[in-house]
Design a protein around this ligand. Structure first.
Ligand code: FHN
Length: 433
């Protein structure tokens, strides 16, 4: 009896080992997730018909613009100065590894050539060009990955019914076929995944508009992964990750924080992480919002995100003619200059042994720990356990030795006198193996 029970347990263990784990992530996607983790910095772009009004991407909803009026606005969209090469070169100069751009935002207007609607930039506007195709080609040329933002919420489509919490003022009839809407989305996603070469992934947004709707996510996620096995799914649904999703993204908040109120459940998963952030207070072009964060602050965000093991997805809202606001250009170039020196303490790192603190953050690569001091007035800085014995401490840029004392309580660093305005003083600690 005992022998046969033991035999059953052993057999079960062997079978469990032989059977592929359920929900196992295929190798291509595991590699893509690692790539994503290494990238650490991305550029978010909110750009569309709404940019013309210079009042953010929610202007249709916020001003209660009815569909016929918004359709007219769309028919006037003609961003003649759009130059994919300029945008991607700027992204490159900023040091990002990927761009995430609004292929379709909540206004329901497709910023790409779609065959399943005429409400798209090629069919509906005098511009007639497909900026997503131009960006995809240019990103490939310059070695940057392109992700498409795709809104599941739609203020224009007749089949987005029953309506969610928004879109009541657009003036649609109270009818629609939800199944047909889901099919429409899947067809558009198929276009984005088959017509633009290999893409980084799809960044979903808007599901929060109808939290209890039957979204059929497994069907859509399977479709995406079938069409492009290494495309990542980045859902901005503000909830804990669901099956098939690849990245946990946090809006205007570092992982685990909930200053925005979006995350009632601020749990941080072990998926790759991302924080999206506006450079001023708006995602889409806002002509009066000049409240841009300083370069120093933005560098601080990159560092703190990396200290949480997350990427920073920093937004710009280009103007309706296709140009980018000088304030954004200036900051991106300055960040790029900073990263050209300090990049090794950010790129391809993981969260460091000391979780982010008010004074800064730590990152890690192998046996090397980077201590990022963003604001600390004193020369002596004490840290708790750094995860090993420190054999050497030095300043990242000058190589100057940093005196290190270590005991059971942690590590104390004596930094050279500060030379002033550096946004981040980086100390490199080498741990013994
Ligand atoms: O409603 C959108 C908003 O317009 C913008 O796209 C941001 C980007 O993270 N996400 C939504 C709000 O959660």
């Amino acid at each position: 009896m005992i022998v046969s029970a033991t035999r059953t347990i052993v057999l079960a263990l062997l079978l469990a080992r032989a059977a592929p784990a359920q929900n196992a992530v295929p190798a291509e996607r595991v590699a893509a997730r690692e790539w994503f983790r290494d990238a650490r910095f991305g550029m978010f772009i909110h750009w569309g018909v709404y940019s013309q009004l210079g009042a953010g991407e929610w202007v249709m909803e916020q001003r209660g613009i009815p569909i016929p009026t918004y359709e007219w606005l769309a028919s006037a969209f003609n961003p003649v100065k759009f130059d994919a090469r300029e945008w991607v070169s700027l992204a490159k100069a900023a040091g990002v590894g990927y761009i995430t751009i609004t292929a379709r935002h909540h206004d329901g207007f497709s910023m790409f050539a779609s065959k399943v609607t005429s409400y798209d930039i090629v069919d509906w506007t005098p511009f007639k060009r497909d900026p997503m195709a131009e960006l995809a080609a240019e990103c490939r040329r310059q070695g940057i990955k392109l992700f498409f933002y795709y809104s599941q919420l739609d203020w224009h489509h007749t089949d987005y019914f029953p309506r969610g919490n928004t879109g009541a003022k657009a003036g649609r009839a109270d009818t629609g076929d939800w199944t047909r809407y889901l099919e429409f989305m899947d067809k558009q996603l198929t276009e984005l995944l088959t017509g633009y070469g290999p893409i980084g992934g799809i960044w979903f947004d808007g599901m929060w508009d109808k939290p209890s709707a039957e979204w059929q996510l497994p069907r859509t996620y399977d479709l995406i992964h079938r069409l492009q096995p290494s495309a990542l799914i980045v859902p901005n649904h503000h909830k804990a990750p669901m099956a098939g999703e690849d990245v946990q993204t946090f809006e205007q908040d570092l992982p685990g924080a909930n200053t925005t109120g979006y995350r009632k459940d601020a749990t941080v998963s072990d998926l790759p992480l991302e924080t999206s952030l506006t450079m001023n207070g708006a995602w889409g072009f806002n002509i009066t919002d000049k409240n841009f964060k300083s370069t120093r602050e933005l560098i601080g965000y990159i560092v703190r995100a990396a200290g949480h093991g997350a990427n920073l997805l920093l937004n710009i809202g280009p103007r309706p003619d296709g140009t980018i606001q000088p304030e954004a250009v200036e900051r991106l170039r300055e960040i790029g200059r900073w990263l050209s020196t300090y990049g090794p303490s950010i790129y391809a790192t993981r969260a460091g042994p000391v979780s982010p603190r008010d004074w800064g953050a730590t990152t890690r690569r192998g046996d090397t720990v980077f201590v990022h001091v963003l604001k600390w007035p004193d020369r002596v800085l004490s840290l708790p356990d750094v995860g090993g014995r420190v054999v050497r401490g030095r300043m990242f840029v000058s190589g100057e030795t940093v005196a290190v004392t270590q005991d059971g309580a942690g590590v104390t660093l004596t930094l050279p006198a500060s030379v002033g305005a550096e946004p981040d003083r980086v100390i490199v600690l080498t741990l013994s193996r």
